[in-house]
Design a binder for this molecule. Sequence first.
Ligand code: H2U
Ligand code: ZN
Length: 355
Amino acid sequence: MDRDLTFDPTEHPHRRHDPLSGGTVLVSPHRTKRPWQGRQETPATTERPAYDPTCYLCPGNDRAGGETNPAYEGTYVFTNDFAALLPDAPAPTEEDHPLLQRSGVQGTCQVICFSPRHDLTLAEFDQAGLEQVVALWAERAEVLGRTWRWVQMFENKGQAMGASNPHPHGQIWALDTLPALPAAEDHHQRAWLDHHGEPLLVQYAALERERRERVVAETEHWVAVVPWWAVWPFELLLMPTRHVKRFPELTAAERVDLARLLGRVLPTLDALFDTPFPYSMGWHGAPTGVGFEVEDEHGVHDHWQLHAHVYPPLLRSATVRKFMVGFEMLGEPQRDLTPEQAAARLRDVAPGGNR
Ligand code: H2U
Ligand code: ZN
């Protein structure tokens, strides 16, 4: 068999390195040609009413915890009735073996309803609706950031991602310590600033705006890319172009612009396989907590750049998803479609163009 031994990134296996998490992804572009006889599900397409009397997130309805939601008209926040973190959790007793280590954690969990409308997804929100969601994120990050070291705001959308309810909502888990992934990002961003003199993601956003191959959508103050190191087929990274450490620091213009970016990117995902695209999306910014603006034991957080990760599982259609199994579980994540190909496909289907 004749093999051309000149490296072609659209043809030959290679590994890409994620400077943010420290991870690695195996890219195998030649495999996009392989036949597929895997799982084929039928998409669940159900018409939903604007108000559902059985929904625990709709205005005026009772929740499982016994509380009743007010007749809210914009966004609505409540403490999760089944919170994974508790503000008064006691410290664990001392371990009796170094192989059986544990540490204490305190925190709180909230549910954030993006709208009283049961039948809309974020991808269907208008500009005003998205601006309300952005305002809610900024307000929550500010308030919870006064107390907690890490405020993880996220949305699980769709049954494929384990969302328990189609009503448009997100969650916030706030805790007194950095979880593992933000801790890795903290470490790598700090080292990058030390060695390169510029925050990692500020430099990366500028690089992608220049190269353009992986840009999916762009506004004056924001850029959305399929990152060089994307693990999920149509994974996205949303970054402001200015150095912004934390969500509440976004200017009014940057908030309006973020709503615009979401108003392009989310419908683009839906358009790809003509289905409400499932995903987990969430925000990462500099750690917070009491006195977070002053220097702490790790120094100031100038190395941090605010960003959102969007992790959608779909690969080939509304029903065929990427499974992180086998080599992914035991070796490292792997993808067939290159991030450049994924970005091009998303640009192609962007409703009304990508700018
Ligand atoms: P998810 O769809 O991402 O699972 O978010 C829904 C959250 O709502 C979930 O964490 C909470 C669940 O604990 N919940 C309440 O707090 N009260 C309820 O009445 C039902 C669900
Ligand atoms: Zn509802």
